[in-house]
Design a protein around this ligand. Sequence first.
Ligand SMILES: Nc1nc2c(c(=O)[nH]1)N[C@H]1C(S)=C(S)[C@@H](COP(=O)(O)O)O[C@H]1N2
Ligand SMILES: [Mo]
Length: 245
Amino acid sequence: MSTDTRTQDPDGHGAPVGRRLLLGTVAAGAAALVAAPVLRRGLEAGLGAAADRDPTGLTGLLPNGGGFRYYSVAASVPERGPADYRLRVDGLVERPMTYDLAALRGMPQTRVVRDVQCVTGWRVPGTSFEGVPVMRLLDAAGVRPEGRAIRFTCFDGTYTESLTLPQARRDDVMVALSMQDRPLEHGHGGPARLYVAPMYFYKSAKWLSGITVTREAEPGYWEELGYDVDAWVGRSNGRDDAPTV
Ligand SMILES: Nc1nc2c(c(=O)[nH]1)N[C@H]1C(S)=C(S)[C@@H](COP(=O)(O)O)O[C@H]1N2
Ligand SMILES: [Mo]
């Protein structure tokens, strides 16, 4: 393990920026060519402090990952499948619900094809996700009037995320059960992860186990460390790539 005092855990958060750029270039090849300017722009825009704490948990490239990188802030995560996977919907709702995999698979599925974009720069173009819109689960539970936001929790026991209610109700926000037309594998957060298509990939919490309706959006794992809670791709975390209309 590194003796760098900025390294806070085994996944290498806080690795010096220079080393991270080098690693990215070596490991990600062509993807890094795309990534570097984005990251630099972020740094120039004052993202330095957050980026210093970054590598957002990179622990290696996924085999056959097609450009994906494997991230987990937890050292190990148990595998869950049809027998023991559960998704709990609770908090400020009329009817708390618990779903198993069969129940989720039995619901109408939605499909979204978008570029996956990590805030550190790597990108996987044209990636399909299929699953149950979060909106449907919220409607089934009945959000109470004081519910304004969602907290997402994970069975890795560590990671959390949040969305405002209007964000969670978008039709491109789902509990994803498959990716690239295959059941979501453990490494990618299977059997079910959150997928927030319009935001940086850190919003897409892997190994999803809880959807809790709250009064206000609470910063998630990386957001406590400086990333934006509203994580729109190209319009957050120091970037402003959106064309002005
Ligand atoms: N539970 C959990 N979800 C997570 C993370 C994590 O460390 N733990 N990392 C996030 C980050 S920073 C990214 S880029 C993506 C990576 O997803 P992948 O491992 O499928 O490539 O997952 C996000 N969701
Ligand atoms: Mo990330």
